[in-house]
Design a protein around this ligand. Structure first.
Ligand code: UT7
Length: 320
């Protein structure tokens, strides 16, 4: 048994922030940001929180799949920017879209989150614990940014993407995932310190810190490696892959992965120039854009690949 994607959806905040807009806030320039990352603009939320964006993306995915929300029996939201510790984002989405038959939980795996959510849904479906799953990557990273740190605040953006998956008998699916907690220091956010009658540390603002070069080196090494391992496990040649849908962190990373895999850049679609790095949301947003443009045909082989905080990584080969 395997799974298939029935439909996709996404939501991006209205408000566009260009590189020139950012140059008014921190010491940076359009030239630096676009040459180092490929990013030209990003969406920054003025009132949409993570749950709201996740719910909009979910509604669009349900419509696109042509199902009723009643049919969904599993909702997983991948996010590092949940609006609340509890209830989790998935339960709030459940309420917003009326998916009363679903079991709902969030997972935290930063930019690999959507890949991990898809694998979790597949495990639920293959073991008969669920039939139809709604997966969402949703982030309001702007609320966790140090807006005085030009090394990070120019890179990230807000948005949400979603997919509906269900069981299928005859689709290719293979995956490789991994984690390296010893490198967790390279990308951190919001340590919650002890704060009780015995110990009072107070809590800092939850802000993203990233050692960009460390994460860059990690990304350009791990992404091609796990993609190659996935294809090997599946017995599929790289030439058979229609598109490589990578986490949208940096255009230089995407081009480097293409080069290391010796595959043409045209097979590596990107929208990082429009939306920046939206962490767990970047893969499903791109998937939805391409789906709505009609760029997928039945039997197309797609590779999804996420990498980031944790450190975590994962790739999935699936058949459209
Ligand atoms: O989603 C999780 C995965 N995240 C990633 O994959 C991100 C991976 N890392 C990267 O994409 C890149 O490392 C960055 C885009 C973050 C940075 O590019 P870089 O080529 O590694 O630049 P750098 O950090 O080495 O900085 C080079 C210079 C420094 O100045 P000095 O020390 O050479 O004088 C920085 O202070 O650029 C300076 N700099 C900036 N200058 C203008 C850093 N940020 C900026 C900025 N504007 N926004």
């Amino acid at each position: 048994m395997s799974i298939q994607i029935l439909g996709t959806g996404s939501y991006l905040p209205e408000n566009i922030m260009t590189n020139d807009d950012l140059a008014k806030i921190v010491d940076t320039s359009d030239e630096w940001i676009s040459s180092r990352s490929g990013i030209r603009q990003r969406r920054i939320s003025s009132d949409e929180m993570t749950t709201k964006m996740a719910s909009f993306a979910a509604k669009r995915a349900v419509e696109n799949a042509g199902i009723s929300a009643d049919n969904i029996d599993l909702i997983i939201v991948a996010t590092l920017s949940a609006d609340k510790a509890t209830p989790n984002t998935a339960c709030q989405v459940q309420e917003a879209i009326g998916a009363q038959n679903a079991v709902c939980f969030d997972i935290s795996a930063a930019c690999s989150g959507f890949v991990f959510a898809l694998n979790t849904a597949r495990a639920y479906i293959e073991t008969g614990m669920a039939n139809t799953a709604l997966l969402i990557g949703a982030e309001t990273l702007s609320k966790m940014m140090d807006w005085t740190d030009r090394g990070t605040c120019v890179l990230f953006g807000d948005g949400a993407g979603a997919a509906i998956v269900t069981k299928a008998e005859d689709r290719i699916y293979e995956t490789v995932t991994g984690s390296d907690g010893s490198k967790g220091f390279a990308l951190t956010c919001g340590e919650r310190k002890l704060n009780n009658p015995l110990v009072q540390h107070g809590n800092e603002l939850a802000q993203i810190y990233m050692d960009g070069q460390e994460v860059f080196r990690f990304a350009v090494t791990v992404a091609p490696k796990c993609i190659k391992e996935t294809l090997l496990k599946a017995g599929i040649e790289k030439e058979q892959v229609r598109y490589y849908i990578l986490h949208q962190a940096n255009l230089r990373i995407i081009k480097s992965v293409a080069k290391r895999l010796k595959e043409p850049e045209e097979k590596f679609p990107h929208d990082v120039e429009k939306y920046g790095n939206t962490s767990s949301a970047s893969i499903p947003i791109l998937l939805d854009e391409m789906n709505r443009e009609g760029r997928f045909s039945r039997h197309d082989l797609l590779v999804l690949c996420g990498f980031g905080g944790g450190l975590t990584w994962g790739s999935i080969l699936l058949e459209w």
